[in-house]
Design a protein around this ligand. Sequence first.
Ligand code: SF4
Length: 405
Amino acid sequence: MGCGALSVIINWNMAANISLYIHIPFCIRKCSYCSFVSYSGRQDAMEQYSQALTREIIQRVDNRMLKSVYFGGGTPSLLPADHISRLLECIGTHLPQNREIEISLEANPGTINHKHLYAMLSSGVNRLSIGLQSLDDGELGVLGRLHSSAEGLNAVAYARGVGFKNINLDLIYGIPGQTLPSWQYTLEGVLSLEPEHLSLYGLSLESGTAMMEKIEAGELPTIDPDVSAEQYELAEKILAAKGYRHYEISNWAKPGFECRHNMVYWKNEEYIGVGAGACSHIGGHRFLNTSSLEKYIDAFTGNGAAVESDETISPEMAAAEAAILALRLEEGVEISSYNNDYKTDILSVNSKEIKELESYGLIENNGVNIKLTPRGRLLGNEVFWRFLPASSAQNDTNQVAMERE
Ligand code: SF4
């Protein structure tokens, strides 16, 4: 579906900026640890889904200038290049022409080749995030990834070959059976590729996943948190020596290559999420779309609604979420601007928590910023829940802190 006919009702050039997240929920096969909204073997629905996305974009955008676009998944690189191009063309119709925005797309090795990547780049995608995860084939097998380490390396070479100049590589540590030397091997191998950005995620076990079942059945060793902590600390040391800035708990970048889109989440700014299972944060509300592929497509062919929940975020909760998200960043909570933005005084409101966390060596407060210490970065969730309003459950911390990493 083209969007030109409806473009007259949208004016991106007015008011504040906003970011757009586009969820592509298709995967070839489910990885063993995956709890994301993704469907395997449903590529037959891609055309209808892309049309639904176009309709939702048109329906949901307001009069704000677009700041960034992020195709996440799922496996967005499974989507045919002409679908990406149609979506970007639709969005681009309404963008200011004199401004370059960041357009990221997640890609998995084994789903991309030169031609496909060249078409993505030509459509306007200017940042590629490749799910490498590990350079050890045994570990990739434990994760249930479809690709080998050689295919991972090829994917990066293809991306460079067609001209991508801003590449993120995703890696996972804490994999059952992964040792410190094998993690070091992966890190050093990946650094030889000179990515502009690295996202390193500690594996978290989610109920209902194949990996959880295997661990419970004793077929895989469980995740050892001490080994995970050592792996994280090793990464911090190696990446710092190579000139990467550890600008967020799980993210490192060469200067100037911090992910602009993800900064929107960590700065608690507003964004629209379109697609099955996508979340939006607009006007003090958090909207969540249905995660059902069928319901989502139906919602944009005239039956039903895509938005399944609409949560009003109280001022108290907004301030708590902003503090938790800011603590993930290297600069932490900038006290003066935070107090101004949320009409509060964090040093008074959270005085007890701040003193307690300082005494545990988890945060430092210099009167200008409140930041996690290196130990606090390892034990982030121990810090975050303390900033939630008393009425909130600890579970909420994980949701806020990990949302859209
Ligand atoms: S590629 Fe990503 S979204 Fe797809 S199954 Fe694997 S972990 Fe899940």
